[in-house]
Design a protein around this ligand. Structure first.
Ligand SMILES: *Cc1c(COP(=O)(O)O)cnc(C)c1O
Length: 393
């Protein structure tokens, strides 16, 4: 089976480039690889890595809702929304989202990434300047780049920096996130909204990590002109929505290539997302429990002298600094039965690699205490000075 001559495939420039890139990623410790979740004694692993903040992905009543949705509407939408893939299940979900946020109209996508990038690239063109927070999500950046607009970034969550740029570009658009996915901190939406209004700018907010779990209620149409919500985080399921004025949605429906040339979100999933929203609302104790768990984590971590960030949300980063060290620590935590996110550059700036710990409503107080103790012990042993790491923020 060994061959003396390399095949055409191996010699192809693409094959060479792929090989070189893989080798580079491997030697720099940046090779991202999937792992099959839940295979190794699933009952023993306590998961602090996912975004299912209220535990809805595991809720039997919602599994039932998905089944009912599939029975009523079929398992697939069979066509793009403009052909025949738009059903009453989609419409009902859109109406509920409008009701909750105060926006006039809504359209659904199969993922938040697709919604964000499609929105940016369809809405803007080369004549526009778009002002974005330094830390907005990759999907926003990709969409902005595709649109060929001019992108101006302000310092993360810095109103002075934002104001300076906004004042120079009246009538433009500003993009930020309600809760930042890697830092867990929240944008000053009220103040940004005021700034935008003063300078006739539109405010666009990616509400992926905020929708349904912001302690102070929903981001809504009073403050933001366009809002993107995703169903894969606190709703525990799949899909996303853009919410805006009727004109904006009419325009996007008619012109967005990702919407026109892609099979609609399955109606069963739309039915499920609606059920998940209703479940959240009929079970407010889930959010109460989540907030209590966040508070407990921060309290215990402080007792163990771990340096925390300002985040008051379910996303609680512990700064480590070095890419390899964060991988080592995450691996040791896994061996001890805790699953946490290990976030490295280039996802976050160099030197700001971190454990990304996400709390959920299902965590028990003892799980949280045990995790914090394990992290503290590993950091002490590895000599990481978390307060030094934090200064690089
Ligand atoms: C997860 C996420 C998205 C993408 O949503 P998906 O539905 O997972 O594709 C967009 N923006 C932010 C801030 C996110 O965290």
């Amino acid at each position: 089976m060994a061959t003396s001559e390399p095949s055409v495939t191996d010699n192809h420039p693409l094959a060479q480039r792929i090989k070189t890139t893989l080798e580079q990623l491997h030697t720099t410790g940046l090779l991202r690889q999937r792992r099959v979740n839940g295979l190794v004694s699933p009952s023993k692993v306590i998961d602090f890595s996912h975004n299912d903040y209220l535990g809805l992905s595991q809720e039997p009543a919602l599994a039932q809702a998905l089944f009912q949705g599939a029975q009523a509407y079929g398992v697939g939408s069979r066509a793009s929304p403009l052909v025949s893939g738009y059903s009453i299940a989609h419409q009902q979900l859109e109406q509920r989202l409008c009701e909750l946020t105060g926006h006039e109209a809504c359209m659904l996508f199969s993922s938040g990434f697709s919604a964000n990038s499609a929105l940016m690239k369809t809405l803007f063109n080369a004549t526009d300047t778009v002002i974005a927070d330094k830390l907005v999500h990759a999907s926003v950046i990709d969409g902005l780049k595709d649109s060929q607009c001019k992108i101006s970034r302000f310092l993360h969550n810095d109103l002075t920096s934002a104001a300076r740029i906004i004042e120079r570009h009246p009538g433009c658009a500003v993009v930020t996130e309600s809760v930042f996915s890697m830092d867990g901190d929240t944008a000053p939406i009220t103040e940004l909204a005021r700034l935008c209004r003063e300078h006739q700018c539109w405010l666009i907010v990616d509400d992926a990590h905020g929708f349904g779990v912001l302690p102070n209620g929903f981001v809504n149409a009073d403050k933001v002109d366009i809002q993107v919500v995703t169903f894969g985080k606190a709703l525990g399921c799949q899909g996303a929505a853009i919410l805006a004025s009727q004109d904006v949605i009419d325009f996007l429906v008619a012109t967005t290539r990702e919407y026109i040339y892609s099979t609609a979100l399955s109606p069963a999933n739309a039915h499920l997302a609606l059920a998940a929203i209703n479940w959240q609302h009929s079970h407010p104790q889930l959010l109460t429990q989540l907030l209590a768990n966040i508070a407990l984590f921060r309290q215990v971590a402080t007792q163990h002298q771990l340096t925390l960030t300002e985040s008051k949300t379910a996303i609680q980063p512990i700064m480590i600094g070095d890419n390899q060290r964060v991988m080592d620590i995450a691996k040791q935590l896994t061996q001890q039965g805790f699953l946490v996110g290990a976030i490295r550059s280039p996802t976050v700036p160099k030197g700001q690699a971190r454990l990304r710990i996400t709390l959920n409503a299902q965590h028990q107080a003892d799980d949280i205490r045990a995790l914090v103790a394990a992290v503290a012990s590993l950091l002490n042993n590895s000599g990481t000075n978390t307060s030094v790491a934090l200064q690089t923020l």
